[in-house]
Design a protein around this ligand. Structure first.
Ligand code: GDG
Length: 574
């Protein structure tokens, strides 16, 4: 490992996050997401009922995509009825990335208040000032009943929208009331946004839970308000949309946005084509990525989301090897065994069964890999109350048992499978020292795990086997071993090829992966989002200085250009 090199003078906050630039935020920022940036809990309270936040890893609302929350201390200003109250904040992902932005700019974050003690610390409007101890913006909580959560979150969002957008219609489970709940909760969010929206407001909505909110907001705020949304999951092809229970009302809802962002062009194209074929009154201009519908002009553009690469790099470099030794010993992996890794929510879209089949095929086809290679699968239970997820979990566990029974020996386990929550430090150790990461998603908006692995591969010795159906594959090109995730033979061969690569070849590929990951990190993504939003906002406010853009290419070209020198100023060495 080469010593860490001095980079573009980053600053590090108390939670270990790195920040290099001050984002320029237009207008008065209002963020709305399913997930909240801070959650208040009673220290001695028993776990609440069913809530996604109880899941070890927050699932895809694109706002808390990294590993849940960390306790940031007691809230001493409050007088809780039952016991002391503690505040938890996200450890990574977009939520952690956006929190400092709002802290600097001020503004409002609207989200579902899912903490046990959330009401106790909020005012009568559901508002509480955050971050704790450095109160600089307002967190406005939306209160949802158990029935609302069941219908909106566990129902329409995750039984209809999620499987449809991942083109896995066999998992769609459309219960009649869920759509009603989805509409009601979107109305709740929209009303909350309207309460806070001044003439100069910029509303930035996150993800598929809020597909109807943009138009509802549009109908009730001044024209000068800019509304944007980022859709963190894929958009299905028009034929899939047409075969699903999705309503065209959803399209109308999304076309309330001034800007609608996706990770990659393919999803933008699919969205435009869906609108074109399912909403006859809309006018679609493909070249510029513009849709005109019912008085609103919506720009559609792609910006692939990155990770906080600097922080992963720094935390990985800080490891001294003892953590890896303790992980190996915990999992019973002998020193001379190479290690492959999978890190996923236990979600059917992540392609874990085919991956396990491929590992079985690897041991069949390449017997020399037996007792020489162990695959560690970290699977985090997610949305377990949805039957399809419970069935899928069983399927994965059975496959692990079958393969271990078939090939395992007294001293060697082919697959180490864990559903335990792992700490950020352990995650970094796994990322840094595993010889291989396999991402085999059947369809994946972007995939942050692949980028976190690359950012943590500070020795340049890791290799990445990557599904060609993960959004990130279009960024990584052939520096990863890219493969069709449904082709078990090809997947087994790709794993063998990656494991057989020479140190030089690994280093060569990893250097390219790291250059891309650092040039297109979370901060880059947020900056691009705010640039586009600013231009549209300035268009509504002609007095402001920023030039107005016209055209999709202008909005999205940057995402496809090679990194400039300036972009690469924080490029890593490995
Ligand atoms: C959605 C889209 C898109 C997992 N286990 C642990 C842990 N994790 C963290 C990972 C990573 C996150 O969870 C998973 O992010 P992904 O991007 O891989 O997947 P989704 O949750 O499905 O995210 C996806 C993303 O939104 C952003 O737009 O990329 O395509 O599906 O950050 O590190 N973290 C910790 N312990 C664990 O056990 N600390």
């Amino acid at each position: 490992m080469r010593p860490n090199e001095e980079r573009a003078s980053p600053t590090t906050d108390l939670r270990g996050r790195t920040s290099r630039t001050e984002l320029s935020v237009p207008g008065e920022l209002i963020v709305a997401s399913n997930r909240q940036p801070y959650r208040h809990e009673y220290v001695s309270a028993p776990p609440a009922g069913r809530r996604p936040s109880d899941e070890a890893v927050s699932d895809s609302d694109g706002t808390a995509t990294d590993g849940g929350f960390v306790d940031v201390g007691r809230n001493r200003d409050t007088q809780p009825a039952r016991s002391e109250i503690t505040v938890e904040c996200p450890t990574g992902g977009l939520t952690a990335g956006l929190d400092p932005v709002l802290s600097r700019s001020g503004g409002t974050w609207i989200a579902w208040g899912d903490g046990e003690a959330d009401r106790a610390v909020a005012d009568e409007d559901g508002c509480v000032r955050v971050p704790p101890g450095d109160e600089s913006y307002t967190l406005r909580r939306v209160w949802l009943s158990d029935a609302a959560v069941d219908g909106y979150y566990y129902g329409y969002s995750n039984r209809v929208l999620w499987p449809t957008c991942h083109e896995l219609l066999e998992y769609v489970d459309h219960r009649p009331d869920d759509w009603t709940w989805y509409r009601r909760v979107n109305r709740e969010f929209a009303d909350a946004v309207v309460d806070h929206a001044s003439e100069d407001a910029v509303v930035w909505l996150q993800d598929y839970h809020l597909g109807l909110a943009p138009r509802l907001i549009r109908e009730s705020v001044p024209e000068s308000v800019t509304i944007a949304q980022f859709w963190h999951i894929p958009w299905p092809r028009p034929s899939v949309f047409g075969s699903s229970p999705l309503e065209t009302t959803l399209l109308e809802g999304l076309l309330g946005n001034d800007f609608l962002g996706f990770h990659i062009e393919e999803y933008c194209d699919a969205f435009l084509a869906t609108v074109d074929s399912h909403l006859p009154d809309a006018s679609v201009e493909y070249a510029s990525g513009t849709v005109r519908y019912d008085g609103t002009e919506t720009r559609v553009g792609a910006t692939p989301m990155g990770v906080d690469a600097e922080t992963y790099d720094r935390q990985s470099r800080a490891l001294d090897g003892s953590r890896w030794e303790s992980i190996r010993s915990r999992y019973g992996i002998p020193d001379d065994v190479t290690v492959g890794l999978g890190v996923d929510r236990l979600d059917y879209s992540k392609g874990i069964p085919a991956r396990l089949d491929a590992i079985e095929r690897l041991f069949e086809r390449y017997p020399s890999r037996r007792e020489a290679f162990t695959f560690v699968q970290k699977a985090t239970p997610s949305r377990t109350d949805i039957p399809a997820y419970a069935v899928h979990g069983e399927r994965v566990r059975e496959a692990v048992g079958r393969i271990n029974d078939r090939f395992g020996t007294e001293t060697w386990q082919p697959i180490v499978y864990t559903e335990d929550v792992i700490s950020r430090e352990d995650l970094c150790a796994l990322y840094r020292y595993a010889d291989l990461l396999v991402v085999s998603s059947l369809l994946d908006g972007m995939n942050l795990v692949a980028q976190e692995y690359v950012a943590s591969s500070v020795d340049g010795e890791g290799t990445l086997v990557l599904s060609d159906r993960a959004g990130v594959a279009s960024s990584f090109d052939d520096a990863a071993y890219t493969v069709d995730p449904t082709n078990v033979d090809a997947l087994a061969d790709a794993i063998d090829e990656a494991l057989s690569a020479s140190p030089l070849e690994r280093h060569r590929r990893m250097t390219r992966l790291r250059e891309h990951t650092f040039a297109r990190d979370l901060e880059w993504w947020m900056t691009r989002q705010f640039e586009v939003i600013s231009r549209l906002h300035d268009h509504e406010h002609p007095d402001s200085e920023t030039a107005v853009t016209d055209g999709r290419n202008h909005l999205s070209d940057d995402a496809n250009e090679p990194a400039t020198d300036a972009d690469s100023s924080n490029s890593p060495s490995c």
